[in-house]
Design a protein around this ligand. Structure first.
Ligand code: CJ6
Length: 157
């Protein structure tokens, strides 16, 4: 019932996508996009650009970040909902660099390391990789089992 909003940013270059290996905190030891919490009085899009810079030193203009997806996560026995706003761009400045949070690496679309990612990723990544807009909700039991989910392509966000 209590919704917390998070950001998740994917950077694309030619036929590759940038993922980061999370070195600490939530999602540690999983590859993922870059993101985090939205501070009070912070616009979601600004939080997305801020976290990207903090986590892999890339600079993006918020005007170049496109909202491509919306993911909602609930957990059996827990009343919080993770509301994850997904953004992507292929316009960025800087070189992806390792930080205390993330070790970045480029991946070809057919070499996404799903076994070292959140379980839901293998369900919605194909929509993202095909350039589609998507909405997905996933109900987890613990962090290693999805009890049920729904995902759909959207015509607009
Ligand atoms: C700040 N982060 C951004 C990414 N995020 C998640 C969550 C997730 N699944 C949920 C079961 C945990 N799956 C991906 N790919 N990312 C959580 C919050």
């Amino acid at each position: 019932l209590l919704k917390k909003i998070y950001t998740l940013v994917f950077i694309r270059k030619e036929s590759q996508i940038l993922l980061g290996m999370k070195k600490r905190g939530f999602g540690m030891n999983k590859w993922n996009g870059f993101g985090g919490k939205v501070e009070p009085n912070e616009q979601i899009i600004d939080a997305a650009a801020r976290e990207l810079k903090e986590e892999c030193c890339l600079d993006v203009k918020t005007s170049n970040l496109k909202n491509i997806g919306h993911l909602e996560f609930t957990f059996e026995g827990d009343s919080t909902m993770m509301d994850v706003r997904v953004f992507a761009t292929d316009i960025f400045e800087g070189t992806p660099s390792e930080t205390e949070e993330m070790a970045p690496k480029w991946f070809k679309h057919d070499q996404i390391p799903y076994d070292d990612m959140w379980l839901d990723d293998r369900l919605w990544f194909p929509y993202m990789l095909k350039g589609k807009l998507f909405y997905g909700r996933f109900h987890y039991q613990g962090f290693d089992k999805i009890l049920n989910y729904h995902i759909e392509e959207l015509e607009s966000m």
